[in-house]
Design a protein around this ligand. Structure first.
Ligand SMILES: N[C@@H](CCC(=O)N[C@@H](CS)C(=O)NCC(=O)O)C(=O)O
Length: 208
């Protein structure tokens, strides 16, 4: 099994977190995006979207980080991370859908302005963009706070793919001066995530 990643990518980190947590023979393959390797025919045959992560397992070529996370956890029999009970599984998957459909749409433009531009020398953050997106982000963080003020984890009573999905999106949050302090249960939850060995092992800043 090969997992194609770039260590700087939060979407790839989502899959790498699961790869670290499960007992499977996963070979991690670095895709050199700076040289455009992800747009070469060999990689496009695996992921026509020219994005990381992607996974190959025999004849299967899989893309979309959440699908890869589900596949790895299911293949490893980790029903704690990805339950088989329909109601419990739907509880996890709703957070995975919500992450891409709502949370990231509010978060990513802010991270781009305040963190990514700095990484790549793309100029100053446009605080107008940040100000426009902050109300949306606060709305989504309030949804998480509502759940996490009553429970330690987003779904079930233990770590699941739901937590890993959303935590990966927050990879660059510490450098973005987000209003996280307004959501103490989210901060406490993120603290629990940051204590995971898998979190430390996939820290992109260790690769810079
Ligand atoms: N929805 C996709 C998003 C993947 C994604 O956007 N990956 C970025 C890196 S964070 C990428 O590879 N971008 C390169 C490109 O679009 O050419 C997933 O969850 O896997």
């Amino acid at each position: 099994m090969k997992l194609y990643v770039n260590p700087m990518s939060p979407n790839a980190r989502r899959a790498m977190l699961v790869a670290h947590l499960v007992d499977l023979p996963v070979e991690v393959v670095q895709v050199d995006m700076r040289s455009g390797e992800h747009k070469q025919p060999a990689y496009l045959a695996i992921n026509p979207n020219h994005k990381v992560p992607a996974l190959t397992d025999g004849d299967l070529a899989l893309w979309e980080s959440n699908a890869i996370c589900q596949y790895l956890a299911a293949k490893a029999g980790r029903t704690d991370l990805w339950p088989t009970d329909p109601a419990e599984q739907a509880d996890v998957s709703r957070w995975q859908f919500w992450m891409h459909s709502h949370f990231n749409l509010a978060l990513n433009p802010i991270l781009f302005e305040r963190v990514v531009k700095g990484f790549f020398g793309m100029g100053e953050a446009d605080e107008g963009v940040v100000a426009a997106k902050l109300p949306e982000l606060r709305k989504e963080l309030a949804v998480m706070e509502g759940r996490l003020s009553q429970h330690d984890w987003l779904a079930s009573d233990h770590l699941t793919l739901a937590d890993l999905a959303i935590a990966a999106s927050l990879t660059y949050a510490p450098g973005a001066d987000l209003p996280l302090d307004e959501y103490p249960s989210v901060v406490a939850w993120f603290g629990r995530i940051r204590e995971l060995d898998a979190w430390r092992a996939t820290d992109p800043l260790a690769h810079r």
